[in-house]
Ligand binder design. Sequence first.
Ligand code: NAD
Ligand code: TDX
Length: 343
Amino acid sequence: MNGQKILVTGGCGFIGSQFVKMQLERDESAQIINLDLLTYAGDPSNLGTWADSPRYTFVHGDIRDPACVDALVPGVDWVVHFAAESHVDRSTGTRAGEFVETNVLGTFVLLDAVKRLNPDAHFLQIGTDEVYGDVAAPGFPDESSRLEPSSPYSASKAGADQLALAFAITHGLDVRVSRCTNNYGAFQHPEKLIPLFITNALDGLALPLYDGGTQIRDWLRVSDHCHALRTIMEKGQAGEIYNVGANQDPERTNREITQMILDATGAPQSLIEDRQGLRPGHDQRYAVSSQKLRQLGWSPELDIESGIEETVRWYTDHRSWWEARKDESYRAYYAEHYGKSDP
Ligand code: NAD
Ligand code: TDX
């Protein structure tokens, strides 16, 4: 496993940047090529000083561009594919087509290049638990459960998973699919629930809690997700799907997560603003069985209470990082989605 050459896509985003840093740190002979378009969600500074490593190469390009992808795929041992449009709320408006183009077509372009130019390479498709849709309690879908995505985002991710698995069956590629629950931690864009609420709480701004805040997500720290990906690379098998979940017990509602953020920031209850209708098709509960991966020796290291406290500390200490992301285009998105201009 050590000393491998890995083409990472989307390595300037939240999870991809954590994976690249971890891989370079843990394996002194690893080489990483990072292909990233640098959309609003990607920033090379997320790599910190690792961007200067002689074992790291950044390529500014688009996974939908076959010429760009064809130049990078030959000679790599792995393609680890994070690049995506990742925010559910952005997929329910006028930009849904970008989710199909990036998440489905982009994944196809990568698979097709591997098939033609480097069929012995391994391909890790980074998927999401959202493909199983709204899961009635106390259910825990396993890897063979039916896909019932609710949003254009999760439908596009299901399409990408299915394409990847089809390339394994039809063309014999070593494809593995991970399906992880909600991630949180340092460097997450403030459009997502936990960083949005932390940063708004730090600034005394409203926390727009959707639909009563009764929804359940199985929050997992980003580093635990990246360790899971390494386990799948090292111990997983070709053609297999691996769910990745914290399996929190008890499960936490969005309102409980919000309360943890208020407690950790010292912000008042009065900041909670109940909002309705901002997420059409809002799934009530996500949950997965992660037994298959746990049998390979993986388990999460951090519980959600300590994780929220750690994450609040990070955002408190890195104000300039998240203020830079609440820029003019973010304000425009915020005004359009939330109907107010305060980010
Ligand atoms: P992110 O939005 O933070 O980062 C996405 C990255 O992809 C950015 O760096 C962006 O510039 C890049 N990108 C977008 N379109 C591109 C294109 N056409 N070509 C090249 N690069 C492009 O996303 P994230 O939260 O880090 O998620 C990474 C992956 O993990 C996604 O595939 C997502 O579906 C999946 N996932 C995320 C979570 C989560 O909670 N965030 C949970 C499970 C799975
Ligand atoms: O302002 C908000 N208010 C609110 O109540 C936002 C942004 C979200 N929410 C709710 C909606 C969800 O029930 O919080 C929950 C979490 O929302 P997000 O942070 O947007 O995450 P989610 O939609 O669950 O999807 C995330 O996890 C799975 C990632 O964005 C996906 O990329 C990943 O696949």
